[in-house]
Design a protein around this ligand. Sequence first.
Ligand SMILES: Cc1cc2nc3c(=O)[nH]c(=O)nc-3n(C[C@H](O)[C@H](O)[C@H](O)COP(=O)(O)OP(=O)(O)OC[C@H]3O[C@@H](n4cnc5c(N)ncnc54)[C@H](O)[C@@H]3O)c2cc1C
Length: 417
Amino acid sequence: MAYDAIVLGAGIAGVSTAIHLRKRGLSVALVDRREPGEETSFGNAGIIQREGIHPYLFPRDLRTIIDVALKRRTDADYHITSLASVAPFLWRYFRASTEEGGRRSLAANVPIFARCLEAHEALMDEAGSSGLIAKRGWIRLFRDDGAIPEAEAQARELRDFGLDAVMPDMTELQALEPHVDVTQLAGAMHYRDPWTCSDPGALVKSYADLFKRLGGEIVQAEIFGLENGNGKWTVATDGPALSAEHVAVTLGPWSKKLLDAAGLRLPMGVKRGYHEHYGATGNAYLSRPLVDDEFGFVLAPMARGIRLTSGAEFARQEAAKTPVQLRKVLPMARDLFPLGDSVDPEPWMGARPVFPDMLPVVGRAPGMNGIWLNFGHGHHGFTLGPATGELVAQMISGETPFCDPEPYSAQRFTRLQ
Ligand SMILES: Cc1cc2nc3c(=O)[nH]c(=O)nc-3n(C[C@H](O)[C@H](O)[C@H](O)COP(=O)(O)OP(=O)(O)OC[C@H]3O[C@@H](n4cnc5c(N)ncnc54)[C@H](O)[C@@H]3O)c2cc1C
């Protein structure tokens, strides 16, 4: 079956890319082995992080590194058995996490984060799914004074970019979230621009329905590989063979596997993460997500219950689930908010696809004319998918992109090799 463009992977990045291509008049097939929005784009904390321009850097202070190495922290963990395979990525991540590297990534983040709310809004208005969104921001909680000065410095920087971050005192915090035990907190930062979603998977599915309404085609099939011939790409699947001049790779954490096999080696790693939903006891409720700065967990109010999400786990993507971090933070989460019983049969696990500089790859695949990339959004793919979907569709269609795509180019890695 022949199309103008084929989009591989129906998470937030792929669905958004497919819509934007379809809106430009291309015939588009969107391929996934599952229904849209059932992997990483389903399991995240649902925050559209308008404020998220500061990249998550690899820690540089020895104390933190030793604590992680000795498994004394809950925000980061690793599998000893995976160390040999994840070490090359960790080394590149460490080297990229200089002050200067952080500044570069922050500058690169500014235009795509500036687009994130309006890019989502355009899709949800048309999809009719704005009801899944709350516009009350999220709150970062500090258990001791140590982390507050850095958060204040970042908040000042956010204000310079016109963003809204305020430090409520404990009375104000209690008014915002009456069921949180504020007695164990040293402070809080309320980021008021971000939006939050009560069901990220359902939002992506609503965007996929919009794609179908616009005349796009969804093909459910396992993708095996890419072949080039006669100026076209053929996508090998366990269903129909699909061909097109343009193929967009939006396979999130699985993108590397496909591209490695096609001969394009990019230094992507994964930060695995978990979630589990809990009820709330009595009449307790949360109005917005809370992020525990010290222990690295999130409590996010969702349609299904309160979603507790974990920090980063460095392990092979396909290694067995080890939800140790979730188990360790559960008592701290319960101290903070009166969680009831779990409503899930088992914890969910996903993997954030990350590059060493914490920027996604968006644009042409080096040396593969007609292959386009839109993946590696790390901690912010749910936020950025619609914006980078629009960006890559503009590039494919030969339009002037809404921002300079150079900082997200895959060439930033291949020209060093
Ligand atoms: C615990 C956790 C919390 C997070 N919280 C947030 C947050 O609050 N805000 C935020 O912005 N981001 C958050 N993220 C990150 C965000 O979820 C991801 O960056 C984003 O979902 C990635 O989207 P994607 O479309 O690139 O990948 P995915 O959603 O994983 O989509 C990839 C698709 O490719 C398909 N696929 C893969 N291989 C094949 C194949 N061989 N054949 C066919 N189909 C295939 C999969 O089925 C899948 O549907 C969080 C992530 C985690 C793990």
